[in-house]
Design a protein around this ligand. Sequence first.
Ligand code: 5AD
Ligand code: SF4
Length: 446
Amino acid sequence: MNDLRVKLITYGCQMNEYDTHLVASELASIGAAFVDTVEEANFVLVNTCAVRGKPVEKVKSLLGQLRKEKERRKEPFLIGMMGCLASLEEGQAIARKFGVDVLLGAGAIHKIAEALAQTGAFWDVGFYREIDEVVPPPPRGTLSAFVTLIRGCDHRCTYCVVPRTRGPEVSRHPDLILREVEQLLEAGIVEVTLLGQNVNSYGKDDPAYPDFADLIRRVAALGVRRLRFVTSHPMNFSDRIVEAIAETPAVGQYVHLPVQAGSDRVLRRMAREYRRDYYLERVARLREALPDLVLSTDIIVGFPGETEEDFQQTLDLYDEVGFDAAYMFIYSARPGTPSYERFEDLPREVKVERLQRLIEKQKEWSLRRNQAWVGREVEVLVRGPAKEAHWVEGHDQSNHPVLLPASEAPVAGLYRATVEQATPHLLFGKVAERLLAAPEPLEAAS
Ligand code: 5AD
Ligand code: SF4
């Protein structure tokens, strides 16, 4: 199509945000223009998520609206669907129903230009190693960027669609990763987040590649001011990795380590490959090396067969670890996953009630852990205005969301601040010093 006007819509995780960025750069190279609304576009491309039922429902309702838009249009109007849902039978059935023209599975997203060069529909759900090129940096003035290290997952958690949507683990070539990071630094990026479904396994699929511990050191050595990574699997979080974090000041003392459940019986049924004691031992090792560790986790409540006693063990584990933050999910039975095939879902009321109890626990701990930061100094990367009037928002080196007075932090940038107050979800600070201003502020803070 000549005069391609593209509207990109992204659901789901940071890997998806990165993938949308990759596709956008391919589209730019064939002359596409990007627009802000569906009305202005003649190609709407939706990057989808399939990890739980809710994002799937969102995609369905969006595709319903897009189909109506297509019927209204006199000019050509293409609907595109990419990412995890597109990789699944379930998603392809949805795509057929809503008249999707271009469908690219999560392992075929680099085929976007080829897809648009065709007349008629183009569907590809293969897994190609070639999704591997240097993605150009985001617009100047952006301070944070993602870099994908590894795609796919070799674990087989019974509730999870990812091994089927993103395929087996494939690490990117270290030279590409390092080149991409160098370009980001040249573009003024202050914070780099290394991405993968399981970053800890980086390099396992190619003996010539460094492992994750060495890669952290090599990326940091390029001069990254702040380095973060998500997500980790406890089974692959080796002592070598703990040591690399401890030796690399740019990484800070923040780790996201999903535990999923506190009961051995549930962990076994989830096929998480570890037991509760093993997880606790990893946390102890981390705390030994990183005394200021800020730890967050993922927890699923209401996994099939989870008894009240099992759930109680999740609550107990929470107390034993004292997580700073948690992403908590109600188990969502996903067609095609082993747990969907094998086990019966618990009643919704049971799951909802357990989630509420877990949220109460999380709030208590987050408040307690956040309050321990009052009076301390933090380094805040300010993005822009907060929802709360007269405040700007950012996050510190341990990933706490922090608000600063807008009058003290008028532009995006990096600030040294003292924490004055804490809530379960926020730290409030006072600016001590501006360390760095964004080269070209994205938006003026109000
Ligand atoms: N139901 C609920 N939560 C899930 N997750 C993955 N699959 C499911 C599912 N079927 C959660 C896990 C994972 C996070 C990204 O999403 O906690 O760590
Ligand atoms: Fe899914 Fe488990 Fe792989 Fe994470 S480690 S992507 S939860 S299969």
